[in-house]
Design a protein around this ligand. Sequence first.
Ligand SMILES: C[S@@+](CC[C@H](N)C(=O)[O-])C[C@H]1O[C@@H](n2cnc3c(N)ncnc32)[C@H](O)[C@@H]1O
Length: 204
Amino acid sequence: MWGPLGAWVYDRTLSRAEETCLADWRRALLENAHGDVLEIGAGTGANLAHYPPAVRRLVLAEPDAGMRSRLKRKVGERPEVTVVDATAEAIPLPDRAFDVVVSTLVLCSVESPGRSLAEVWRVLRPGGTLLFLEHVAAELPGRLRWQRVLEPGWRFMAGNCHLTRRTEDAIAEMGFALEDVRRESIRKVAGVVRPSVRGVARKS
Ligand SMILES: C[S@@+](CC[C@H](N)C(=O)[O-])C[C@H]1O[C@@H](n2cnc3c(N)ncnc32)[C@H](O)[C@@H]1O
């Protein structure tokens, strides 16, 4: 878990990547957000500035107290936004309550991607979408080897962040139809977290 210091370090560590590419990717992805939206693992609120006016209600779920406290400060007084203490594996919200679920750099860190995606599926309305941006296992064998070697220590230091998850496959296996998928290297971060995938996953 992150705690207050970890949350501060997280923001500092990602700041150059945000300037170079991540903020643009977040903005483009979140242009698809509308209606009732749930964000899982909302962290310190890096996506907040990018939600369009078409979002009517925004629920930000974040289980880590340090992250949540920075998140609440960033939200301030916005009546359409609620912050809740919840993991993606146990979302304390009703079935089919959301048009859109957002997950950015989260499915690497959850205990169970399968249970998390099952919860995302449950809370989405039919036709609803999961907007995702995740770092994943490398396609290059050399880089994948390094990811495997470094993964145990990385998980320990970076809030259970796994380096070798095949998140796109896990999303497809849950039954989502993948649209507009892009694979790109995240710039200005360590080589082992550069491979990324982002896109829209639709619940039938
Ligand atoms: C790398 S940070 C990403 C934060 C933010 N989504 C972003 O895009 O910057 C991973 C986040 O996932 C959260 N997290 C860890 N385990 C989780 C779980 N089981 N369910 C939901 N979120 C979790 C962490 O507390 C942290 O805020």
